[in-house]
Design a protein around this ligand. Structure first.
Ligand code: PMP
Ligand code: GLU
Length: 395
């Protein structure tokens, strides 16, 4: 049967593919240490699970409003006010099936075919694919480890053309973990206003910030910036709720209305029970978020300490999220663990998986050759074993 050229050009998600490969080997009885997926290993906190059970028992098993229940929209606005001091109205919120769906909605609602969307590299794997899916053009702007993997206002200005519609920003970043300094965000915001472009700010890791780093929402730099900003967020990371599939957008009313029309024809509401669970997450006690963050911080410190002690590896220390993104290119051209030498990050990951049974994701997936990504959202025991295995592999 025919498949469309649009979808034929679409690459499968490389993070999900790497996770599937690790799962397949595990299925064959091989003890793979899997650091591919960016998802908390914790089970969703108890009070959130209970709220979902209560929602089912109360009969919240029907369609809801296509764009989400009013209480959850209000809770999203209240949480934003509480955490970032910016007011949004429920009519500016759309609840979707996870942040990935929310990102796609925004691109469909705003971009025309041929529009340019600036994406600083390294970038999360799905950004360029989703931009291409709407017929727009990803404009990849490189940032380096020496620059702390932050887009500079100069680079942004230089990348803008008359076709530029949007800048996609992600702080804390997947895959680098970098948290943009407030001063850099301020300077970027000035360029955004001057060039009159939209910022799609993916703030899904806003709650996972390590000491010495500060998160600022892109919507918090005044009205001129806010009216050009669309925020994407969700419960997947902060509340360990990846499987529930709840994300959202905060956008100016006309954009929200466009997203709402789209979603009403496309998916209808996200899962009703999940929406009530997300409502409990946002309105219930927030201690669970802080507790998980403490655990992630311990793991982060451990991973940084071990990686820093390995010869030839360099990285920009993650200030947020749960990824270590490090450069392995000094090991290219060397025989590794008795096998032939590798000369790129993708082959490095394949060799590491096949010879040392450790699964990472290649930086090639994120537009950053020479790098690999390790998710540290897993137990200390796994991290210890993984670090030992990586060390042995490279020695
Ligand atoms: N944005 C970023 C930066 C991510 O890392 C992810 C990965 N989960 C998403 C969006 C998508 O989140 P969700 O699982 O809620 O779709
Ligand atoms: N965002 C997570 C990651 O980067 C989950 C996988 C995905 O959605 O692609 O690993």
């Amino acid at each position: 049967m025919h498949t469309s050229s649009l979808v034929n050009q679409l690459k499968p998600s490389e993070t999900l593919a790497a996770a599937a490969k690790a799962r397949e080997l595990r299925g064959k009885g091989i003890d793979v240490l899997d650091f591919t997926l960016g998802e908390p290993d914790f089970i969703t906190p108890e009070h959130i699970r209970s709220a979902a059970v209560a929602a089912m028992e109360a009969g919240h098993t029907h369609y809801t409003a296509a764009t989400g229940i009013q209480e959850l929209k209000q809770a999203v606005c209240d949480a934003f006010q509480r955490d970032h001091g910016v007011t949004w109205k429920p009519s500016e919120v759309t609840i979707s099936n996870g942040a990935k769906h929310a990102l796609h909605n925004v691109l469909v609602a705003i971009c025309e075919p041929g529009d340019e969307v600036i994406i600083p590299t390294p970038y999360w794997v799905s950004y360029s694919a989703l931009v291409e899916l709407v017929g727009a053009k990803p404009v990849l702007v490189e940032t380096t480890e020496a620059e702390g993997f932050c887009l500079s206002p100069e680079k942004l200005r230089a990348a803008c053309t008359s076709r530029t519609r949007m800048l996609m920003l992600n702080s804390p970043s997947n895959p680098t973990g970098v948290v943009y300094p407030v001063k850099t965000l301020e300077a970027l915001a000035q360029v955004v206003v001057e060039k009159d472009i939209v910022v799609l700010s993916d703030e899904i890791y806003d709650k996972l910030i390590y000491s010495g780093h500060t998160f600022r929402s892109f919507a918090s730099f005044g009205d001129e910036v806010r009216k050009r900003t669309v925020i994407v967020n969700g419960v997947s990371k902060a509340y360990a709720m990846t499987g529930w599939r709840i994300g959202w957008t905060l956008a100016p009313e006309n954009v929200s209305a466009a997203i709402n029309r789209l979603q009403s024809q496309q998916t209808s509401n996200p899962c009703s029970v999940s929406q009530y669970a997300a409502l409990a997450a946002l309105t219930g006690p927030q201690q669970c978020v802080a507790d998980m963050c403490v655990k992630f911080a311990e793991r982060r410190d451990y991973v940084i300490r071990r990686l820093s002690a390995m010869p030839g590896l360099t990285m920009a220390e993650p200030g947020g999220a749960f990824y270590a993104f490090f450069n392995v290119s000094s090991h290219f051209g060397r025989p590794l663990m008795g096998g032939p030498a590798v000369d790129n990050a993708t082959d490095f990951c394949t060799a590491l998986l096949e010879r040392a049974y450790v699964a990472l994701v290649s930086g090639d997936a994120f537009g950053a050759p020479g790098y690999v990504r390790m998710s540290f959202a897993t137990s200390m025991e796994n991290l210890r074993r993984g670090m030992d295995a990586i060390e042995k592999f490279m020695a």
